[in-house]
Design a protein around this ligand. Structure first.
Ligand code: AMP
Ligand code: ZN
Length: 114
């Protein structure tokens, strides 16, 4: 089920372009249009879910497992390590209300994040 006016649902539907790096089993990964690291990918389910807090795990735990597995596989291509980020809600900086995992790699990252 897609959501009208959702950027990622439009990418999934092919209505707006994106650099797709993975698509399988209901999970898509694209390059972030505004990269914050040399490698910056976004991994999301093709099913529209606003964020991780809205996700119903009962009956769909496989979806989250698949999402994280793909994110980790893509991140692990970088020898120096990687960071997975799931912004959730306004205070976190979430700007696209379609659950996604950021895969960041290719540079040293500080902690805590800003
Ligand atoms: P968040 O702030 O966690 O919701 O992350 C949303 C991410 O989506 C940001 O890093 C944006 O740069 C990225 N983004 C927004 N629109 C697009 C697009 N059309 N194609 C690729 N990435 C996008
Ligand atoms: Zn969506």
């Amino acid at each position: 089920m897609s959501s009208t006016n959702c950027i990622f649902c439009k990418i999934i539907a092919g209505e707006i372009p994106a650099k797709i790096v993975h698509r399988d089993n209901g999970i898509m990964a694209i390059e972030d249009v505004n990269p914050q690291a040399p490698v910056h990918l976004l991994v999301f389910p093709e099913r529209h879910v606003a964020n991780i807090a809205e996700h119903t795990f009962r009956g769909s735990a496989d979806e989250i497992a698949c999402l994280m597995e793909i994110a980790a596989e893509l991140g692990a291509k970088n020898a120096g390590g990687f960071r997975l980020v799931v912004n959730t809600g306004a205070d976190s900086g979430q700007t696209v209300d379609h659950l996604h995992v950021h895969v960041l790699a290719g540079r040293h990252m500080s902690w805590p994040p800003g």
